[in-house]
Design a protein. Structure first.
Length: 257
C-alpha cells in the first residue's frame, strides 16, 4: 500500500493506494506544530476508521509547501510505518522539463498536479489548483513546464475582505442568483464568485496566447467545481489530481528508494 500526502498551507489531503486503486482519501487541517506522536495517532485513526491496518503501508510519497512539519512527517513514515519515503523536490524524476529561472522554487504540489494532468490529458495544458493560493501552470505537449501564475486564493480573498474592511461582514462563498447584488452579502458573493471566474478566464486566455495554442484546462482544489461552473475555459475538474500525481511520481522513483 502507498500512502500519499499533499501538505498545503491550509489543508492536508491524504490518499491510500493499492496499486492504481484509491482505497481511501481524507482531508485534514494543516497544523505546522504537530509532533510526530500527534501525527501518528491521527493517521492511525484515519486508517482504522476505514478498516485499514496501518501495518500494510509500504511506501509514502509527500508533497509539502510547509517545511516546518516535514521532519515530523518523515519520522512517521520511516520510523512508525517503516515505509519507503519519497519527498517530492529537486532531483526527483517527474517526466517534466522545468523551463524556469530557478526550478528549486517550484512548489512540489504544482509539479505533481502537472504530472497527473499530462498523464490523463493531451497537451498543451493549463493546470489550475484552487488552494490557499490559486496557481496556474503552463505545460506544453512535450512535457515542458513553462511556469505560470500565482494569485490569492478565493477563501483567502474572502477572509482579507472581512478582516480589512470594518463594515463588511464575513460571508460563506456561494454563487448569488445575479451578478448585480441587491444587498451587501450578495455584492460580496458576486465579486468573489463571478469576479474570480472572470479572473480565471482572463488568465487562461492570456496564457493560451503566450503559449500560441488553445490549452486544455484542468482544475483541482476544494473550490474548483464551484468556479468551473461559472467559467468558459475550464474543461475538466479533477478533485483527486494531486493524489494521482503523487502516486505516479512515486512509481517513477521507487527503484531508487
Amino acid at each position: 500500500m502507498l500512502l500519499v500526502m499533499d501538505v498545503g498551507n491550509t489543508q492536508t489531503v491524504l490518499g491510500l493506494y493499492d496499486g492504481d486503486i484509491l482505497r481511501g482519501h481524507w482531508r485534514i487541517f494543516t497544523n505546522n506544530y504537530r509532533t510526530s506522536d500527534e501525527l501518528r495517532v491521527l493517521f492511525f485513526m484515519l486508517l482504522q476508521s476505514a478498516g485499514i491496518d496501518p501495518g500494510i503501508i509500504e511506501g509514502c510519497c509527500i508533497s509539502s509547501v510547509v517545511p516546518q512539519i516535514n521532519l515530523a512527517l518523515e519520522h512517521v513514515c520511516k520510523k512508525v510505518f517503516g515505509a519507503k519515503l519519497l519527498m517530492v523536490g529537486p532531483g526527483v524524476k517527474t517526466g517534466l522539463v522545468l523551463q524556469v529561472e530557478n526550478p528549486k522554487e517550484v512548489g512540489a504540489d504544482r509539479i505533481v498536479n502537472s504530472v497527473a494532468a499530462r498523464a490523463e490529458h493531451e497537451g498543451p495544458l493549463v493546470v489550475i489548483d484552487f488552494g490557499t493560493a490559486t496557481t496556474f501552470d503552463a505545460v506544453t505537449a512535450k512535457g515542458e513546464w513553462r511556469g505560470g501564475v500565482i494569485v490569492p486564493g478565493l477563501q483567502l480573498s474572502a477572509d482579507v475582505l472581512f478582516e480589512r474592511c470594518a463594515k463588511l461582514p464575513r460571508v460563506d462563498i456561494a454563487v448569488p442568483p445575479s451578478v448585480i447584488g441587491r444587498d451587501t452579502i450578495a455584492n460580496i458573493r458576486s465579486g468573489l464568485t463571478y469576479g474570480y471566474a472572470d479572473l480565471v478566464d482572463g488568465l487562461v486566455r492570456r496564457m493560451g496566447r503566450e503559449m500560441q495554442c488553445e490549452p486544455t484546462t484542468v482544475a483541482t482544489g476544494g473550490l474548483a467545481e464551484l468556479i468551473a461552473d461559472l467559467t468558459d475555459t475550464i474543461d475538466v475538474v479533477d478533485p483527486l489530481l494531486t493524489l494521482k500525481g503523487l502516486r505516479l511520481v512515486y512509481e517513477r522513483n521507487e527503484k531508487q528508494l
